[in-house]
Design a binder for this molecule. Sequence first.
Ligand SMILES: Cc1cc2nc3c(=O)[nH]c(=O)nc-3n(C[C@H](O)[C@H](O)[C@H](O)COP(=O)(O)O)c2cc1C
Length: 330
Amino acid sequence: MKLATKYLGLTLKNPLIVGASPFSDNLHVARQLQDAGAGALVMRSLFEEQIDFEQQALTHHIESPAESTAEATSFFPSYEEFELTPDHYLHQIEKLKQELTIPIIASLNGYRPGGWTDYARRFEAAGADAIELNLYQLVTDPEISGDEVEADMLETVRSVTALVKIPVAIKISAFHTSMAQFARSLEFAGAAGVVIFNRFYQPDLNIEDLEAQPQLKLSDSSELLMRLRWLAIISPHLHCSLGATGGVHTTEDLVKALLAGADGVQLVSVLLKQGPKAITNLLTGLETWMSEHGYESLNGLRGAMNLSRCPDPTAFERANYQKILQSWRI
Ligand SMILES: Cc1cc2nc3c(=O)[nH]c(=O)nc-3n(C[C@H](O)[C@H](O)[C@H](O)COP(=O)(O)O)c2cc1C
């Protein structure tokens, strides 16, 4: 069974990728994930704010960059709370490259063009095989239009991709008005891949002390459905790679993500719940499914259920919406 695949132009032994998470912090654990069969590993993110803080510290000679702005002290984690400083991050890339043989994808997290994007160059110099640029942003300013937000994002992508020769994947949220068009714009801006989607860690409201309660709940398979829909819609229009992140827990989830058009399938929650053996189980399950369904490689399987053969996907989606509403009878 041939599970080898291309992702961001890199050859992976299989499409399973450890998604951005704390798994990259510990070399022993990262090694276990590789031994269990992971095809690549994405590191936790280095954030725009961390880099900006450090650059301010160098300029103003302050001890802790978090002391430098009122905004930073009130909302953001203090400088010390981040697991890796920018310098540690670069060393961690080097150590992971020494310890592992699978591709290492470093993650840069920010959305505004700025000096922080220069870290892409440093990631490359430290040995990263690729970069995942996470554009996570929740726009709350009513003065800013969607076009402006996306223009900033595209400029950020252009500035990062212009700085490096290694491939850059862009991790985005699900909330863009014209997703297929935006994904294509990312490709035109130099992206070697688009990773869908960021999860928003939605705070709950505590109605006793009237405070917002941040919470980190791990995903389940139900979160995959939105990714499947957009993979199926986008994949016929892109030449670059597509990564799926969010809600892949079972062999069925993995097969569905591939059928919908994913080239790489990222895992985090399932690994936090079950440990590295989840990768081995998913690979065995994929091989079994492929042999039962007559596939010898991923080539015929990938994208087989995307919407490339649908003459009018917008009408198809709207028709399905109407049918599903009519199906409920009292
Ligand atoms: C503890 C934890 C830490 C994470 N850290 C990052 C990060 O630093 N950068 C990033 O882009 N995504 C991060 N993520 C998001 C994951 O990469 C992934 O997109 C998300 O968990 C959905 O995948 P899943 O359903 O397999 O968990 C993190 C997720 C978790 C649970």
